[in-house]
Design a binder for this molecule. Structure first.
Ligand code: GDP
Ligand code: IMO
Ligand code: MG
Length: 420
């Protein structure tokens, strides 16, 4: 069985927690896109873990965790993540595999990311990790893959890249990069990472043939997808379930199921349109109760009510068959809870997410109003014990999205979960 788990909003939906739960029954857990722009949080009795590159299955003993070819890897961050997990007693060696075809992030990618954000009119609010510039080099065919570090051509290709990028750094008065320095550093990384290399398509097709359970861990979310997100305020990879095929070398016909993860409300980090974004005291209540601060950059997340247009957009694009809804506990005590069911744009009712970013910016949400609940739900483990108003709220979301909710998360810990 192969299952893809994707974010249905602008990332940070709680995918880490859900993957960790599902990983218990899986054999292989695979990251197929994105890089260390992701921050997936897992809360265990021994403490909190935030994973940026290593799949969220690593905290279960003996699970194979694969970083596939579609991921852009910053080797320095990866090595630090491996070592930090090992220091906390997590067994990484023997469980982690990295695709030899994955593209590498270099220091000049991080510098380019920051420069573009400072210079241009169209600041995206990126994580500054060099993700966009690395994917740009990949598509421009000047990227350097993990396997290329072991090639005799590596230094020449690095030199070509550094010289090209230094022209821009010089023009902007930014310190230039030295080929020698990066070469030495990346030779060290190459030696350190050699034992993890694999051909991930071969590994995964063997696992699928042997009827193993394979879990694909999406990073970011549908609205950050490079094609179907709120372009240009998106990330640089395909965060959709469709990204699995090219991103992990697994054909579309090999995917059995897609699970969507959504918060019971909406958040986003960085720039870009967000119809119905809270501007009043609600923002403080959500930030405080939902601890809405980025797991990667610590930036405060923007918040709003649940948006059914976004939900439907995600269900269609990913062929989502079931939903995991997280952070329902954060809505406790809200009095009235709203659901955005359509937008109003220049007097017209809009029912699908518009592609034109200028239109989306001017869309006003049309809300349905639902009664909230006061009871603490964070200790509830059975659906039947939820307050009636919480059940009505969830039922309305299912009705609007035409998909069943199978997992309800009522807290950050593993146990704080209701399976339906
Ligand atoms: P991801 O990027 O999708 O994995 O999500 P993040 O880890 O960036 O952000 C989700 C945050 O919400 C983390 O701090 C989680 O510990 C926390 N979280 C996950 N599920 C729940 C939940 O049901 N209730 C509450 N209160 N927090 C949750
Ligand atoms: P996880 O996997 C939330 C956002 C950034 C920015 C835009 C582009 O934890 O859900 P990038 O650095 O990718 O070029 O930034 O995308 N972004 C995320 N927002 N969760 C994430 O990952 C994100 N990864 C990128 O804030 O708006
Ligand atoms: Mg996150």
């Amino acid at each position: 069985m192969t299952t893809v788990v994707v974010g249905m909003q602008w990332g940070d939906e709680g995918k880490g927690k859900i993957i960790d739960l599902l990983a218990e029954k899986a054999d292989v857990i695979v990251r197929f896109q994105g890089g260390n722009n992701a921050g997936h949080t897992i809360v265990l009795p021994q403490g909190k873990f935030i994973l940026h590159l290593i799949p969220s299955g690593i905290l279960h003993r003996g699970k194979k965790c694969v970083i596939a070819n579609g991921v852009v890897v910053d080797p320095e961050v990866l090595i630090e993540e491996i070592e930090s997990l090992e220091r906390r007693g997590v067994e990484v060696e023997g469980n982690l595999l990295i695709s030899e075809r994955s593209h590498l992030i270099f220091p000049y990618h991080r510098a380019l990311d920051k420069l573009k954000e400072k210079r241009g009119m169209f600041k995206i609010g990126t994580t500054g990790r060099g993700i966009g510039p690395c994917y740009a080099d990949k598509v421009a065919r000047s990227g350097i893959r993990l396997i290329d570090l072991y090639s005799e051509e590596f230094k020449e290709r690095l030199k070509d890249n550094v010289e090209e990028k230094n022209v821009l750094f010089r023009a902007y008065g930014i310190e230039e990069f030295s080929v020698e320095q990066i070469y030495e550093q990346y030779q060290r990384f190459a030696r350190r990472l050699k034992k993890y290399l694999c051909d991930c398509s071969q590994v995964l097709s063997r696992a699928i043939e042997e009827r193993k359970d394979v879990l694909f861990e999406g990073a970011q979310g549908t609205l950050l997808d490079i094609d179907y997100g709120t372009y240009p305020y998106v990330t640089s990879s395909n965060a959709l379930a469709g990204g699995v095929s090219a991103g992990a070398g697994v054909a579309p016909t090999c995917i059995d199921e897609v699970i969507g993860v959504t918060k019971a409300y909406t958040t986003r980090v960085g720039e870009g349109p967000f119809p119905g974004e809270f501007a009043d005291d609600l923002i403080d209540r959500f930030r405080e109760r939902g601890e809405e601060y980025g797991a990667t950059t610590g930036r405060a997340r923007r918040c709003g009510w649940f948006d059914a247009l976004i939900g439907k957009h995600s269900v269609r694009l990913n062929a989502i068959k079931s939903i995991a809804i997280t952070k329902l506990d954060v809505l406790t005590g809200m009095g009235e809870i709203n659901i955005c069911v359509a937008y109003r744009y220049k007097g017209e009712v809009v029912k699908e997410l518009p592609a034109d970013i200028k239109v989306l910016k001017e869309c006003e949400p049309i809300y349905e109003h639902w009664k909230g609940w006061e009871e603490d739900i964070s200790r509830i483990r059975e659906y039947k014990d939820l307050p009636e108003n919480a059940k009505r709220y969830l039922g309305r979301i299912e009705e609007l999205l035409q998909v069943k909710i199978k997992i309800i998360s009522v807290g950050s810990e593993r146990e704080q979960t209701i399976f339906i």
